[in-house]
Design a binder for this molecule. Structure first.
Ligand code: NAD
Length: 277
């Protein structure tokens, strides 16, 4: 149900690859809530993905390519978006993650450092580049909101998450540090949402994904948060109802992060112990 929560707001949504993407759901919900958006993704993702379908569903939103590791691309995106909107913007969703080490199933303890640096550049520094370019071009109105998506492997070890754990830890730190500077300079807020495992292209690329999806679901009092629910949470952070929230890492995980063990997991362990005699 729409409430016109974002009426009059304009923003950029990074990272909608296909209809499973968290960014895809957020784009649709943002438009339903009255926002005007620009869609963007890496040029290769634009060729392979279905973003033009999404653009149609979003009142013919412009699609502007940008590799989020390229400052030139990001500046072009911000400038073209401001031309399109006829002024500054109010929100940005950074929904970007990629690790060549994960993609090539290279173990963490045998990492390829060129890949590792690419992981950090694409998945973490890109947030700094988006923020720095926005600040330089003065692309965001006061009280704008920038949200980036992260995962709890930044704080606790999930072995299959590989070097994405370091990328997310760095990205969360960038959100805090830049949030400080952007807050004092322009009253812009910067937060990360730490989302439950979600079945998407990036999510299911992580080794053992199905097992830890089920594990997290059984551990979380509310179950895993879906991509749609994550989209709704993003909208609240873009809205004026969360104006004083900044520099936070906000868990959106059905309670997983504060649960030690659940009764359901204990019962499974007991069953396994009995089966093993
Ligand atoms: N799926 C999960 O389980 C999960 C859980 C927590 C957090 N997240 C985070 O949510 C965000 C969105 O991922 P998703 O699960 O919707 O998967 P997704 O694969 O649909 O989205 C990832 C996006 O990153 C884009 N991308 C990769 N390299 C890029 C580059 N150089 N420049 C610009 N864009 C680039 C891809 O094209 C893709 O659209 C990511 O940051 C991911 O780490 C996902």
């Amino acid at each position: 149900m729409a409430h016109q929560l974002l009426k009059g707001k304009k923003g950029i949504i990074f990272g909608a690859l296909d209809e499973r993407s968290i960014a895809w759901k957020t784009a649709i919900r943002a438009v339903e809530e009255g926002a005007e958006i620009v869609l963007t993704n890496a040029p290769i993702a634009l060729r392979m993905g279905k973003i033009n379908e999404l653009a149609k569903l979003c009142n013919d939103a412009p699609v502007i390519p940008a590799d989020a590791t390229s400052v030139a691309d990001l500046e072009n995106l911000l400038q073209k978006s401001m031309e399109h909107f006829g002024g500054k913007m109010d929100f940005i969703l950074h929904s970007i993650g990629m690790s060549p080490n994960v993609r090539k199933a290279i173990p963490y303890t045998d990492t390829n450092y060129d890949n590792f640096l690419k992981t950090l550049d694409i998945s973490a520094l890109s947030l700094h580049k988006v923020l720095q370019s926005s600040m330089k071009l003065d692309a965001l109105n006061e009280w704008s909101s920038v949200v980036a998506l992260t995962y709890i492997a930044a704080q606790r070890t999930f072995p299959g998450y590989n070097d994405m754990a370091e990328a997310k830890a760095l990205m969360e730190s960038i959100a805090r540090s830049f949030g400080y500077h952007y807050g004092f300079a322009k009253k812009v807020r910067v937060n990360t949402i730490s989302q439950s495992p979600t079945i998407t292209t990036a999510g299911s690329g992580v080794s053992g994904f199905d097992a830890f999806f089920t594990y997290a679901d059984k551990m979380s009092p509310l179950g895993n948060a879906t991509a749609e629910q994550c989209a709704d949470y993003c909208l609240t952070l873009f809205s004026d109802y969360t104006k004083m929230v900044t520099m936070q890492n906000l868990f959106h995980d059905g309670g997983f992060s504060n649960t030690g063990v659940s009764q359901s997991i204990i019962e499974e362990m007991e069953k396994a112990a009995q089966a093993n005699g």
